[in-house]
Design a protein around this ligand. Structure first.
Ligand SMILES: [Zn+2]
Length: 231
């Protein structure tokens, strides 16, 4: 387990409030005197790993910790589990723990957006290349036409046929490039904008730069809300 955050939870010695410590940051929660002394000062630790999974550890053999009514020493926990501390079964609310836990943003949906954007751009590029490849047929027609002219004379129907072929193909290519000149930049822009507007953090809604999904995962955290990025 690659721990990114460990929260130590216990009772504050003087105020009898719930005390949460994460790195050097400490927080006292709840009313004074609300935590019974059967909860020790360092009672449990909750570790959060990079995948957002949580591990609860009872910190002392003299402590007792319950998850869903069962006494535990070490246990994986999730937000639906009921955690109680000490023989008085002091309930530890997730609302309280969540105030200290970093958020986890599940960005797996963004993979589809990136892959969709990439493959559409690729398809269009392939189509454009095919159109360009057609242009290379013109010289082939010219050569055939000249050869036929040399071998069979200029009046041979193939000479006229290839000339007409050249004209038709060039006219078609001209129409296609005319259409592409105005439409392709608009179409590419629209596709990019749609991808960009959906490429956002599920926690805070801020937009990520449109970069590969793998690169996004390498960022590890959302630069806006610091949520851990989970793929
Ligand atoms: Zn965010």
């Amino acid at each position: 387990m690659n721990t990114v955050t460990g929260i130590i939870i216990g009772r504050d010695g003087s105020t009898f409030q719930l005390r949460l410590t994460i790195k050097k940051q400490t927080m006292l929660l709840g009313q004074k005197g609300s935590v019974p002394d059967s909860v020790s000062r360092k009672h449990v630790r909750i570790d959060l790993d990079e995948d957002g999974k949580m591990l609860l550890t009872n910190l002392d053999l003299n402590n007792s910790t319950y998850v869903n009514g069962r006494e535990v020493e070490v246990k994986r926990v999730c937000f639906t589990d009921v955690i109680e501390l000490g023989p008085d079964h002091y309930p530890l609310s997730w609302e309280v723990i969540n105030t200290m836990l970093p958020k986890v943003a599940d960005i797996s949906e963004l993979r589809k957006i990136w892959d969709g954007y990439q493959s559409q751009m690729l398809n269009w590029q392939i189509k454009e290349r095919r159109t360009n490849a057609l242009r290379n047929i013109t010289p082939v027609f010219m050569v055939v036409s000249s050869l036929v002219g040399i071998l069979y004379g200029r009046e041979h129907p193939w000479v006229l046929g290839t000339m007409i072929g050249i004209i038709v193909i060039n006219f078609a290519l001209f129409v296609i490039s005319l259409f592409q000149a105005s439409d392709v930049p608009k179409r590419n822009k629209k596709l990019r904008e749609t991808a960009e507007n959906n490429y956002k953090c599920p926690c805070c809604g801020c937009l990520f730069p449109l970069q590969s999904y793998e690169r996004l995962l390498q960022m590890k955290r959302c630069p806006h809300c610091e949520a851990l990025l989970k793929g």
